[in-house]
Design a protein around this ligand. Structure first.
Ligand SMILES: Nc1ncnc2c1ncn2[C@@H]1O[C@H](COP(=O)(O)OP(=O)(O)OP(=O)(O)O)[C@@H](O)[C@H]1O
Ligand SMILES: [Mg+2]
Length: 459
């Protein structure tokens, strides 16, 4: 069943229930109030009649006194203690005959339905005791057809039934209008999603009215998500294009040397040696590049970190020992405490430090200083070199993928321009920060900031 139909039916059923309950209360309250009012009037009339009659009045006088108080279809009678009629006046013999006389010592009213001329009729009967010397001697009894109440009751019932039906119809129409109003933006969203599914192209929902309600919020959130998706797709496209471009140069070099080898064969040993060396170096470059691609993809994938408490001092000491022997470069580690612990993914953190050391090695020739410091909130790793430095205007670009300040030099050093992007991603994964300070010709200082609070770092 469609959600609009569901909303429609549920609201209508609910409104119908409410209307029936309200109308029932109205109806029964009206009946109770009217009956009470009528009873009051009847008792008043009975008291008045009793006052009119004197003990000494003959039956004829009594009849004469009572007759003017007969209403249409009624009787007035005086009943003695053995429930026998003493006096009676009536304008409806049939009605009077149907109601048996009854002696009563207390005031009472009674409603009875009797059949008169093939028709059901409501009769009100009132009994009021007539006292003499503090003793109940007789009962004044009178009965009359309840015409007003019956018609009023029927009229009210028809009005209330009409109102209930009208209410139900209006609620059905209103419900349909309301559910269409609610469902329109949702239907829009469904259509847009189906479009996206069919075409495979992310598309935003057109928000026609600024309603500032939950549905608009839903559409805005959806659009934001699509915006993010578009940006990511664009990033991906850009990456593929940049990566292919980067791979093209070494592949061209490899191909041309391979051609050379094919044409000239291994006859000229010197040329062959140069060609093979170049092919080897370019293949190494491609290998390094693909490793970098994989690292970049890994740090961008949003994989969970395997966080644990690491002693930064021993991590750096071990790491630098290996680097020093491989690169034959002086790396000085400075720290205030023997144990500076940090909560991080060891492999990733190592990777980020290696990226910075690798840059320092490539872009300087002097010694490299590494400082490990901490304060209440942060642990800071600073890698400082005294090399070529980075021009101030280039600092904001160096975190972009494939960006290299000096392309020619980077080719020499084998840089792909992805190192700092990867390091930045790693810091982002740790909810940390990376900051570069550099002066051209003087040196570069790169700082890694790692927050200490567990909750903040790895939510
Ligand atoms: N310590 C540094 N001194 C001078 N220039 C630097 C330093 N670190 C980075 N750069 C500049 O920033 C650019 C980007 O650095 P990044 O580490 O991202 O790439 P790369 O070193 O060229 O290549 P990769 O690290 O991927 O092998 C470098 O090409 C270089 O021009
Ligand atoms: Mg680098």
């Amino acid at each position: 069943m469609k959600i609009t139909t569901k909303i429609n039916l549920i609201t209508t059923a609910w409104i119908l229930c409410v209307l029936i309950a309200v109308n029932a209360v109205v109806f029964f309250s009206f009946m109770k109030i009217t009956v009470n009012m009528e009873d009051g009037e009847l008792f008043q009339k009975a008291d008045y009649l009793i006052n009119q009659i004197n003990k000494e009045d003959s039956p004829a006088v009594i009849k004469e006194k009572l007759t003017p108080y007969l209403t249409n279809h009624s009787f007035i009678r005086i009943v003695q203690s053995n429930s026998k009629i003493v006096n009676q006046v009536t304008n409806d013999q049939q009605l009077a005959a149907k109601i048996k006389p009854q002696f009563a010592v207390e005031k009472s009213t009674q409603r009875r339905t009797i059949r008169l001329k093939h028709q059901e009729e409501q009769i009100a009967i009132v009994r009021v005791p007539i006292q003499s010397n503090g003793q109940v001697v007789r009962t004044l009894e009178f009965g009359e057809k309840l015409v007003g109440l019956e018609t009023g009751k029927d009229l009210l019932l028809s009005i209330l039934t009409f109102c209930t039906i009208l209410g139900a119809v209006l609620s059905l129409l209103g419900g349909r209008w309301l559910s269409n109003l609610i469902m329109k933006p949702i239907s829009n969203m469904i259509n847009t999603m189906e479009d996206i599914e069919q075409s495979g192209v992310p598309k935003k929902i057109i928000i026609q009215h600024e309603t500032k309600d939950e549905l608009q919020k839903l559409a805005v959130t959806f659009n934001r998500m699509i915006g993010r998706l578009e940006a990511n797709l664009e990033k991906q496209r850009q990456f593929i294009s940049d990566a292919s471009h980067e791979l093209k140069t070494p592949l061209t070099v490899i191909k041309s040397y391979a051609d050379l080898l094919l044409r000239r064969g291994l006859k000229n040993e010197e040329v062959a040696h140069d060609a093979i060396e170049s092919i080897h170096s370019e293949a190494t470059r491609i290998q390094k590049m693909t490793e970098r691609f994989l690292d970049l993809a890994d740090t961008e994938s949003g994989n969970r970190l395997e966080a644990k408490s690491i002693n930064l001092v021993s991590l750096c000491e071990n790491l630098f020992k290996q680097i020093k022997s491989a690169y034959k470069r002086e790396i000085n580690l400075h720290y205030q405490k023997q144990a500076i612990s940090v909560l991080a993914d060891e492999v990733k953190l190592k990777q980020a430090i290696i990226i910075l050391i690798d840059n320092a090695i490539k872009y300087s020739t002097d010694t490299i200083d590494v400082y490990l410091t901490e304060n209440e909130q942060l642990t800071i790793i600073t890698v400082k070199d005294y090399g070529i430095g980075i021009p101030a205007c280039e600092i904001e670009n160096i975190f972009e993928r494939f960006y290299r300040v000096d392309k020619a030099r980077s080719r020499e050093t084998g840089g792909t321009g992805l190192g700092l992007s990867i390091a930045k991603n790693i810091m982002k994964q740790h909810h940390g920060e990376i900051i570069v300070k550099s002066t051209e010709g003087v040196g570069t200082e790169v700082e890694l900031f790692l927050p200490k609070q567990k909750g903040k770092v790895f939510e």
